[in-house]
Design a protein around this ligand. Structure first.
Ligand code: SF4
Length: 366
């Protein structure tokens, strides 16, 4: 029987560098550097770390001329398309476009006069560079705050659509939109409203989500809820901490919903009194040893031979572990009882074999 799949909302496709967003393009993962952009070496090093972790687009803050001055070097060295994040200064936006960035994030509401916005639009049009309108609850226009009393979902959407109209009036349609709040409920509601009123691709995120477990959960609930409803074309998890963690979490959110077709999806049980092995260590070691696997594979690692075989049989590959040996399953068939000391090596070996076969089949398809 075919697995359930999310029906995604139809949106306009844009490109950030060579990475498509929206339309029939797969969901993408973004992050943002946290170095001083003017420290080009540190910024390039962080971009490389993000690339290694599976990030597909990276945003860098351009808040002063020293940052704009090194952008060209950063763009040249980066393995990822660069989006310049600009507030207040149209001159910095022009300098970023001149430096060759692949996208610009602005909030036209704080860029100043229509003439300044027109200059940015012309430069972006000339280079085929898209613009993200990024509206945050924390920086909403005064008149909308007065109208709605506070940054409600309706206020965020009105702000975003007002900015969209500004760009459209100037003949610019290569647009991506984000509306973010630190409240999960308001972020979800704002994006639902926005999705019902525009066909431009949406960048999802819960802003200022915090750190650690709380931040991860807020992001997973907010972004996950919208993705399940088919809303969203690219995501950024915002966490206080290492941006690589943002990418790891974002990828896991996509993987949990079948929206990222690569990497191992480990199915392991919570353990209970029936478990006679150190399942956590086994799962951690397996995860470490297969981190570089490219193909999407469901692998079950279950803590007993009583209830474990059911899940292990359902997965592409699986083991149900007893005290001294375990049952090994492949594509629903039991392949035998293997001594515990050899089982992990066998599982890793078979996963690598399946990965090679899938990668080869992919190469033949293209
Ligand atoms: S699979 Fe076995 S060990 Fe794991 S939770 Fe279920 S009964 Fe307990």
């Amino acid at each position: 029987m075919k697995k359930m799949e999310i029906q995604r909302r139809k949106t306009k496709k844009i490109y950030i560098g060579s990475v498509p967003i929206g339309g029939d393009a797969p969901l993408t993962v973004q992050s943002m550097t946290k170095t001083r952009t003017s420290d080009a070496d540190a910024t390039i090093s962080q971009i490389n770390d993000l690339y290694q972790s599976g990030c597909q687009i990276v945003r860098v803050g351009v808040s002063d001329h020293a940052s704009a001055a090194v952008l060209k070097r950063i763009v040249k060295a980066s393995p990822l398309p660069i989006v310049a994040d600009i507030h207040f200064s149209y001159r910095l936006a022009l300098a970023a476009l001149e430096a060759g960035v692949h996208g610009v994030r602005i909030n036209p509401g704080n860029i100043g006069s229509k003439e300044n916005i027109r200059k940015i639009v012309q430069a972006a049009l000339a280079r085929g560079v898209p613009i993200r309108i990024g509206v945050n609850a924390g920086s909403l226009e005064k008149d909308l705050l007065e109208k709605y009393g506070r940054p409600t979902p309706e206020a965020l959407v009105e702000s975003a659509l007002r900015e969209v109209r500004t760009l459209e009036d100037l003949g610019f349609y290569d647009i991506e939109i984000s509306v973010k709040a630190s409240s999960v409920l308001e972020t979800v509601e704002a994006n639902r409203l926005l999705a019902s009123r525009t066909e431009y691709p949406l960048h999802l995120g819960v802003t200022e989500a915090g750190s650690g477990l709380a931040g991860i959960i807020k992001s997973a609930v907010g972004i996950g809820t919208l993705l399940i409803e088919g809303i969203g074309d690219t995501i950024r998890v915002s966490l206080t901490g290492d941006p690589v963690e943002e990418v790891t979490v974002a990828r896991e959110i996509l993987k949990s919903l079948g929206l990222l077709k690569e990497g191992i999806n480990i199915i392991s049980c919570p353990t209970c009194a029936r478990c006679q092995v150190d399942l956590l260590s086994i799962v951690q070691e397996f995860s470490e040893r297969t981190r570089d696997v490219k193909s999407l594979l469901d692998v079950a690692i279950m803590g007993c031979v009583v209830n474990g075989p059911g899940e292990a049989r359902e997965a592409e590959m699986g083991v149900a572990l007893g005290r001294t040996n375990g049952l090994f399953f492949q594509k629903g068939e039991e392949k035998g009882r293997i001594p515990l000391a050899k089982l992990l090596d066998l599982l890793v070996e078979e996963v690598r074999k399946a990965d090679r076969e899938k990668q080869l089949a992919e190469t033949h398809k293209t």
